[in-house]
Design a protein around this ligand. Structure first.
Ligand SMILES: CC(=O)[C@@H](O)[C@H](O)COP(=O)(O)O
Ligand SMILES: NCC(=O)COP(=O)(O)O
Length: 237
């Protein structure tokens, strides 16, 4: 079954808006685990707009499910991940001023860089996932860099799903097939939601993990965190 990793960035956004520790992201994360999530994802950005490096350290001490740290492997990020040794690191090529992740890696053009970075993480027992657009060449390129998995960037799928689900999923079917051919694990994320999740994993049942933050935390405003985690888990059954 596809695992649900809950991205808690948006909980930190609320916390940071007031400067105190409410809501407590560590408590939220352990509650989310208790409510049935299979993992916790964070994406510490250089401007610390939401998750901060100290949050990552504090979370690593208490989490009991899979911890997935996403980000652009700038030197500070690499040092942090090597220090806390999560289950998985997801390499994302996000610019410091990007409002959110907006593209996958070009794994062919950046092969030398990504190969070196992936090797450093894998030596420490950290699974490496590379964030890519749903393009078979980029999936094959991730394998050539030494990745264990790819994470397919699902923003385009989510955007186009309502108009034509079959057309929206088509590039992802091809990318998933390439991942299978290459022996890579398969993750997916960005803008997945209660509306579009079931169709995605129904068409791509080999998806190992989805990481979901923005829509899930928005849903939690209406349904509560515990119910919402359960609602998302239900979509994955
Ligand atoms: C890689 C990815 O798609 C997510 O990490 C997403 O970028 C969430 O990050 P923000 O919460 O900063 O938008
Ligand atoms: N890797 C994707 C992620 O962690 C969450 O993305 P989103 O659901 O906040 O768009």
């Amino acid at each position: 079954m596809t695992k649900l990793s809950v991205n808690i960035n948006k909980i930190a956004v609320v916390r940071n808006s007031r400067g105190g520790n409410l809501p407590d992201v560590v408590r939220a994360a352990t509650d989310i685990e208790r409510f049935g999530a299979d993992g916790i994802t964070v994406h510490p950005r250089p401007d610390a707009r939401h998750i901060r490096y100290d949050d990552v350290r504090n979370l690593a001490r208490v989490l009991t499910t899979e911890f997935n740290i996403e980000g652009n492997p700038i030197p500070d990020f690499v040092a942090l991940v090597l220090e806390v040794r999560p289950a998985q690191v997801t390499l994302v090529p996000d610019a410091p001023d990007a409002i959110t992740s907006n593209a996958g890696w070009n794994t062919v053009a950046h092969r030398e860089f990504l190969t070196g970075i992936a090797a450093r993480f894998r030596e420490r027992g950290i699974r490496v996932s590379i964030f890519v657009d749903p393009v078979p060449e980029m999936v094959a390129g991730a394998k050539a860099c030494g990745a264990d998995r790819v994470e397919l960037y699902t923003e385009a799928y989510a955007r186009e799903y309502a108009a034509d689900p079959a057309a929206a999923i088509a590039p992802y079917l091809a990318a998933a097939e390439e991942a299978r051919r290459q022996g890579l694990g398969l993750n997916a994320g960005h803008d997945l939601s209660l509306e579009n999740l079931r169709y995605f994993v129904g068409r791509i049942p080999g998806t190992d993990e989805v990481s979901i933050g923005h829509a899930l935390i928005c849903d939690a405003l209406y349904y509560g965190l515990e119910n919402t985690v359960q609602l998302y888990k239900r979509e994955l059954k």
